[in-house]
Each structure stands twice: as structure tokens, then as C-alpha cells.
Design a protein around this ligand. Structure first.
Ligand code: ADP
Ligand code: MG
Length: 504
């Protein structure tokens, strides 16, 4: 390996904020020549921002970037390419109706005596493709190539433009197994040539198959840099989600037979949607809390949206009380007794400029339809009842929701749905961003609702909560169900192992 183990890229203290978000805070990142470096982190961790700041898509707020020891500050992707850094994004950014050769030479038309030389372009394109072991007719339009080939063309183009650091941001999302293997063969060859390669991917197996080192980001901050071979998968997951694995030994799996399943309320059979979640089986029993666990972006919210009729399933079916049911809209789901408190209460849920009373009656009013308006007295009684039941601290029902704490806003949202007396309550991150006391109260409420026979689908990033409060846990990874734990199997550690993708 030429120049192996010498530093190629050295980023120090990189910071970038967007209005209201610190996307990167003082991040260090080092890539060596002749290595594949995986950049890992949950959705929103800052991976794409780091790449975009490095490649001049966004200006940085502070920090230094050195390439080959010299300080650089690329003002645009084109400037970054000129310095030797090029990026291939998930959405292949080629121009479909132009030929393969034109795409590879895009922006650098090769001229002879002031005229475009098609033959020289074709030769250059063929040479570039040879580097990725690809031989094809460079005069055909890019649109006639498969996505996998297009990706290779994009890489060939990137290498042709500049050849020090190649960045691949989720390159494998739409490739099948064989295509991924072909891509990896090319990546290994480029690594042997001494290139630095940065790869962003959600697929654990791929990280372990291809990378030499791993840098983990979380909430815009550097968690650490590790040698892939020395970092067990479960530890990688625990670093990504920011939760240390307890050293308590796992309770051995039992066969689950001891746990008589309650009568099912909702059954999903191969229920899924392209671009959302892969068809999955999932049963929610009457009076059962089913936890939905997985990394951010694993498909938890998407599953909830399918069940609630916000997105429509394209495969499989849903049974409600044993009968095939397909909701055309959330309104139909509400009529059938479903309730959904969404993850982002500021955007999807609470209406800050309305009173507690007005916020609480919204869902019930929607279910009853415009013809049967709740009287003011009915509204007041409902509001009072739930303020008391859930313990919303407020001087009264007419208080504007904007004036409440986060925990109390969450409770108002919960009250809105409880007022509809749902059969299935879907809670998406009900405890995010609220204080410990309010958290405990909400979890207590979930248990008492379950005891009253309500079915609950409980989505939370806090694995501890999921493990403690669910009878069963369904684990998602890369937008597909990868496991299910029940009874004594439901431990934080088992959930983490399932997320990481290897059984104990
Ligand atoms: N152009 C933008 N404007 C505002 N906020 C952004 C923008 N790009 C990213 N963010 C925010 O910055 C954070 C990091 O995002 P991103 O770098 O895309 O994460 P990742 O690629 O790890 O999923 C997120 O909170 C995201 O919402
Ligand atoms: Mg990203």
C-alpha cells in the first residue's frame, strides 16, 4: 500500500449551525491514505453536514481542514474537486439523457482546436471506467444503465476529476447484494491504490465488511474514533444512541410460551410500503403494550404512519378484530378507535395559540364530524376531567398551551387522544424533551391505560423505557422488522443486540 497509514485529511474543531440547530460542534475527523473510514451516527447526527461543509456546499462557522498537511477551505464542490475531494451522493447526480462519456467529462468538455472532441472524450471516459473495472459503451445515455452501473459511473467521474479523497454518502441504499459486493471490490482496489475513502451507510454489516476505522457522531458532536476490528457491534450501537451498555448479564431467553398472547386487536401481515417500511408482521394484542425499537431512521414512525392511515400500505394487509381493514385517511383510523400522538409535538400536534380546552377537544370533534359540535359545557367538562386525570399543571382550561412546559404540552396532546377513548393508542416518543417527573407520570399513565384494556404501540428512543414498559418489543433496522422479543427476553441489552444485528 503506498503511503499507507499517513494522514490525508485532518479536520479540527469543525462547527456549523443552522437556525436553531447546532449541526456540528467542535468535531475532529481524520482520514488516512489507503483506508476506508465509516462515518456513523443516527439520523440528524451531522454526517451529511460534515461532508457538505468539507466539500464547500456550506461555509463553516469555525474549525480547520487540512488536506495533505495544507490548510484548505473549499468554497464550492467544484473547488473541493479541484483540491482532490469528490463526493458521490445517494441520489446519483448524473444527467440521464446525456451519454456516459458526456457525464464523466461534464463541465470539462475536451476540445481540440476549439471544437469538442468526441473521440478524446470517449477515450477519457473509457479510461475512467477502467479504474472501476467497468467496460461499457460510453455513447449510450446514462438513463439506459442500471442504478448500480450509474453509481459506478458517478464514482468513475469522481475519480477522474480528483483522486485523493472519495466520499460516498449512503451509496448502497438501492443496490442489491451482488451490486454491493461489486462496489466493495472497487472500493478495496481504490484503497490499495492509496485513496482515502469515507463511507456513510446505515447498514451495520457493510460497515464491518468494508471499513478500517469508524468515527461516531451524535447530536453534532464527536463521540469517538475507533478501529472497526476492535469495536463490537453492540458497542457501536450504544455509542450511536449515547447509552452505555450495562454490565448486568442478560436474562436467558425463554421460549415465550409462558406468555399467553392476548386476543389480537391489530394484526399486520406483510404490511409495508416502498420507501417507507418493508412488509412486516406485527400483532398488537388487547391490553398489550408493544414497544417499537430501533435507531432513528429505522422506520418506527413510518410504521405508525402506515397503521394510522397517513401513508397507504402497498403490500400485505391489516386486520382489525380479525377483519381486513385499510384506512384511506387518519380520519377513518380515528373513527375506528385509533389515536396517534406524533413525535414532533410542536410541528404535528399541539396548537400553541389555542387554549388547553380547545386543544383537548380537537380529535374528538374531528371524530364526531362537523354535524355534532360539542357544546361549550361538554368541552369544559372534558377539559377539566383530563386536566385532573393526567395531572396537567395549569391555573385552568383556558390557559393558552404556548404558556405550558414541554411536559404539560405533551400531556395535553395525550389528553386530546384519550378523550376519544381509543382502542389503540400510538405514542411516538411521548417522553422526549420533558422533565423526569413528567416522564414518570406519562409512563405510569400508559400502564394504567393498558390495565383498562387499551392497546398501546410505544415508540421511544429510550431503550430503558421500552424495555421496562412493554410486554413485547418489535425491533426495526433499516426500515424492516428484524426481531421480536417478549416476556423475559425484553431487556435493554437484548434490544440493543437485536438492533446491532447479531443474536447473543
Ligand atoms: N440545510 C439545513 N438547514 C437547516 N438545518 C439543517 C440543514 N441541514 C441539516 N440540518 C440539521 O442539522 C442536523 C444534522 O443533519 P445532517 O447532517 O443531515 O445529519 P445526518 O446526515 O447525520 O443524518 C439535523 O438536525 C438537521 O435537521
Ligand atoms: Mg445524511
Amino acid at each position: 500500500m503506498p503511503n499507507a497509514q499517513t494522514t490525508l485529511l485532518e479536520i479540527r474543531g469543525l462547527a456549523k449551525s443552522f437556525p436553531g440547530v447546532k449541526a456540528l460542534q467542535g468535531v475532529d475527523f481524520t482520514v488516512r491514505r489507503g483506508e476506508v473510514h465509516a462515518l456513523m451516527g443516527e439520523n440528524g447526527a451531522g454526517k451529511s453536514t460534515l461532508i457538505k461543509v468539507l466539500t464547500g456546499v456550506y461555509p463553516r462557522d469555525s474549525g480547520t481542514v487540512r488536506l495533505d498537511g495544507a490548510e484548505i477551505n473549499a468554497a464550492s464542490p467544484k473547488a473541493a474537486e479541484a483540491l482532490g475531494i469528490s463526493t458521490v451522493y445517494q441520489e446519483v447526480n448524473l444527467i440521464p439523457h446525456l451519454s456516459v462519456a458526456e457525464n464523466i467529462c461534464l463541465g470539462r468538455s475536451i476540445t481540440r482546436f476549439g471544437l469538442i472532441s468526441w473521440r478524446a472524450m470517449a477515450r477519457r471516459a473509457e479510461a475512467a471506467l477502467a479504474r472501476v473495472d467497468l467496460k461499457l459503451d460510453v455513447n449510450q445515455p446514462v438513463s439506459s444503465c442500471s442504478i448500480a452501473i450509474q453509481q459506478m459511473i458517478a464514482i468513475a467521474r469522481a475519480l477522474d476529476v480528483s483522486g485523493k479523497l472519495l466520499i460516498l454518502d449512503e451509496p448502497t441504499s438501492s443496490l442489491d447484494e451482488k451490486e454491493v459486493e461489486e462496489l466493495f471490490t472497487v472500493i478495496r482496489k481504490l484503497r490499495a491504490e492509496g485513496l482515502g475513502i469515507v463511507i456513510v451507510t446505515h447498514f451495520m454489516d457493510q460497515v464491518y465488511a468494508i471499513s478500517d476505522r469508524i468515527t461516531v457522531l451524535r447530536d453534532g458532536q464527536l463521540v469517538g474514533e475507533y478501529e472497526t476490528a476492535k469495536l463490537p457491534r453492540t458497542e457501536l450501537v450504544s455509542k450511536m444512541i449515547g447509552k452505555e451498555l450495562s454490565l448486568v448479564p442478560t436474562i436467558p431467553y425463554d421460549d415465550g410460551a409462558a406468555h399467553a398472547r392476548p386476543e389480537p386487536l391489530v394484526e399486520l401481515k406483510n404490511y409495508g410500503r416502498a420507501g417507507s417500511v418493508t412488509g412486516m408482521n406485527l400483532t398488537i394484542g388487547k391490553g398489550e403494550v408493544v414497544g417499537l425499537a430501533g435507531l432513528l431512521g429505522s422506520g418506527r414512525t413510518e410504521t405508525a404512519r402506515l397503521i394510522f392511515g397517513i401513508d397507504k400500505a402497498q403490500t400485505g394487509e391489516m386486520l382489525l378484530d380479525g377483519k381486513p381493514t385499510q384506512f384511506g385517511s387518519p380520519r377513518q383510523a380515528i373513527r375506528a378507535g385509533f389515536a396517534f400522538t406524533p413525535e414532533n409535538r410542536k410541528v404535528d400536534g399541539i396548537i400553541p395559540r389555542l387554549s388547553i380546552r380547545e386543544n383537548i377537544i380537537l380529535a374528538l370533534q374531528a371524530r364526531q364530524g362537523a354535524l355534532k359540535t360539542l357544546s361549550r359545557k361538554e368541552q369544559e367538562e372534558l377539559a377539566e376531567k383530563y386536566i385532573k386525570l393526567i395531572g396537567i399543571s395549569t391555573p385552568g382550561a383556558e390557559q393558552l398551551v404556548v404558556n405550558l412546559s414541554g411536559g404539560n404540552q405533551q400531556k395535553v396532546l395525550l389528553a386530546r387522544w384519550l378523550a376519544t377513548q381509543p382502542r389503540l393508542l400510538i405514542l411516538d416518543e411521548p417522553t422526549r424533551g420533558i422533565d423526569v417527573g413528567a416522564k414518570a407520570e406519562i409512563l405510569k399513565l400508559v400502564q394504567s391505560l393498558r390495565e383498562q384494556g387499551m392497546s398501546i404501540l410505544f415508540i421511544s428512543s429510550e431503550l430503558e423505557e421500552v424495555a421496562r414498559d412493554s410486554q413485547r418489543v418489535v425491533v426495526l433496522r433499516d426500515r424492516a422488522k428484524v426481531g421480536e422479543l417478549s416476556g423475559k427476553q425484553v431487556t435493554e441489552e437484548n434490544i440493543m443486540h437485536t438492533i446491532a444485528g447479531h443474536a447473543k
